[in-house]
Ligand binder design. Structure first.
Ligand code: FES
Length: 80
């Protein structure tokens, strides 16, 4: 699912980069996540942290938190 609405960056993309050993700052520079409104920064950082920890239970909890995030629930966002 999309974590950063402004840059259309998904949790999978962030996770893939995190598993490749990139830090949040590296991923932010590479993908542009959390570089516009900033609403997604907390969730994006959580994805990086969870993937670094490699915990499957944490990933389930993370998915729920992403759906509750302000960026995901923004009324300005057109959903497919
Ligand atoms: S910068 Fe990521 S949702 Fe706006």
């Amino acid at each position: 699912m999309i974590v950063c609405v402004c840059k259309r960056v998904s949790d999978r993309e962030i996770a893939r980069h995190a598993r490749a050993g990139m830090s949040f700052d590296d991923i932010q520079f590479e993908l542009g996540v959390a570089t516009q409104c900033g609403q997604c920064e907390g969730c994006a950082r959580d994805v990086v942290a969870q993937c670094s920890a490699g915990s499957p239970v944490a990933s389930i909890q993370l998915a729920a938190r992403i759906q509750e995030s302000p960026a995901w629930n923004s009324p300005d966002v057109a959903r497919p």
